[in-house]
Ligand binder design. Structure first.
Ligand code: ATP
Ligand code: MG
Length: 424
């Protein structure tokens, strides 16, 4: 026998025993986004490498060392998307969705980053992303945050805190950047290798460093708050007033800068302490310059993305109850005749009770082995078509949860009987 092949490091199968949580999150998110008037958009998983270089920024971790980039057979440089905001902007521009229009969009799917795999950090992971285009006020920032807060409530998630910051306009950031370079240059010997490099390429990212030896230095660094332009300050105040009004608790975190270059003004993260080091489950902000940066006319924009693996981990950590997806019923049927009648009856039941999850015992087997399978399936009710039942046009019904004796009912009444047991 040849050696079996395994998944790529940092990439995972989601097995049936875990799929319930995934589907529950997806369903709740879909309904919530729908309720706020957001529409789904689906983009390819692969884009031209240039798209990500131009949007995320050449001197970010993602573009410098995390992208899955390859040449296709034509020699074009392609990249598996590390995030989908850039793809979403590309898709909107290409299809004329941004011409004097407001767009509220969302997407869901896998992203790829060649990071060091650890708990909560994978090489293929999944995001639900939301982007709103054409609106420049703090109201849309607030809407996005309200929406996430509602999602946590509906999913039963707690222990999440909201951190917000403003990165100001690009001009204000330029001036602030100079102040930062001045400050960190004076302490250059205390910077780690990454930060020394960033000092010239991307000094704001030093604030984002997770190196504990540098935290005291970062704490005393000049703060963006003190260098905000009037417009950004007003915007930020407007957002905070709306959050206050809605009773949403937040912390201002002056060191929150986000890992991607395209953000301006509002940035925010939802963070939990329940998941160890990878505690950010959702992150976003404004990116008013991105459309222009990708060659379009300027369009204001804001959005966020949440990591589904981290949401799943938090649901499991908090032992949140999710709707069961075990079958309701399992149909045991004996012999060739039983199988003929059973398969037909099952189809009738599926038509009559669309919400019914019914598994039929394909492949035959003795009563005993079929009951074993029924038990293993997790079904609440076992339906039985044996010789007697076939002869009398009846069917056996055993409600395992009630622990009752098996009853016999007419086949014509089984629909009502199941309704009564399962859906009353
Ligand atoms: P982090 O600081 O954790 O690396 P990030 O700033 O790189 O996150 P974004 O690019 O903003 O993250 O992505 C938004 C969300 O997607 C994150 O908050 C996180 O929940 C999730 N995420 C990002 N990278 C990964 C990954 N490698 N594995 C699993 N989830 C991820
Ligand atoms: Mg990252």
């Amino acid at each position: 026998m040849s050696k079996t092949i395994q998944t790529i490091r940092g990439m995972h199968d989601v097995l049936p025993e875990h799929i319930g949580v995934w589907q529950h999150i997806e369903t709740v998110v879909r309904q919530a986004l729908d309720a706020y008037g957001y529409q789904e958009i689906r983009m390819p998983l692969v884009e031209k490498t240039e798209l990500f270089k131009r949007s995320i920024g050449e001197v970010t971790d993602i573009v410098e060392k995390e992208m899955y980039t390859f040449e296709d057979r034509n020699g074009d440089s392609l990249t598996l998307r590390p995030e989908a905001t850039a793809s979403c902007v590309r898709a909107c521009m290409e299809n004329g969705l941004l011409r004097n229009q407001i767009q509220r969009l969302w997407y869901m799917g896998p992203m790829f980053r060649h990071e060091r795999p650890q708990k909560g950090r994978y090489r293929q992971f999944h995001q639900i992303g939301v982007e709103a285009f054409g609106l420049d006020g703090p109201d849309i920032d607030a809407e996005l945050i309200f929406m996430t807060a509602r999602l946590w409530r509906e999913l039963g998630l707690k222990d999440l805190r909201l951190e917000i910051n403003s990165l100001g306009s690009s001009d204000a950031r330029k001036q602030y950047r100079e102040k930062l370079v001045e400050y960190f240059s004076a302490h250059k010997d205390k910077l780690d290798e990454d930060s020394q490099r960033r000092l010239t390429s991307n000094p704001l990212r030093i604030l984002d460093s997770k190196n504990s030896n540098m935290q005291y230095l970062i704490k005393d660094a000049p703060q963006m708050q003190d260098h905000l332009d009037d417009d950004s300050r007003q915007h930020f105040e407007g957002l905070k007033a709306m959050l206050d009004n809605a009773g949403i608790v937040y912390e201002e975190n002056p060191r929150l800068v986000r890992g991607l270059d395209y953000y301006n003004k509002t940035v925010f993260e939802w963070v939990t302490d329940r998941l160890g080091a990878q505690g950010t489950v959702c992150a976003g902000g404004r990116f008013d310059g991105l459309v222009e940066q990708l060659g379009g006319k300027p369009v204001p924009a804001a959005g966020f993305a949440m990591g589904i693996e981290r949401l799943v981990a938090l649901m499991e950590e908090l032992s949140v109850d999710i709707p069961a997806n075990d079958p309701h019923a399992y149909l045991v049927m004996v012999g060739e005749d039983g199988s003929q009648r059973g398969m037909q009856l099952a189809e009738e039941l599926r038509s009559a009770l669309p919400q019914l999850r019914l598994v039929t015992n394909c492949g035959g087997g003795s009563f005993k082995s079929q009951f074993k399978r029924a038990d293993k399936s997790g079904a609440q009710v076992v339906l039985v078509l044996g010789e007697d039942e076939l002869a009398n046009n009846t069917i056996g019904v055993k409600d395992l949860r009630a622990g009752a004796e098996q009853e016999t009912v007419a086949q014509s009444e089984i629909k009502d009987k199941l309704n009564q047991i399962l859906f009353r």
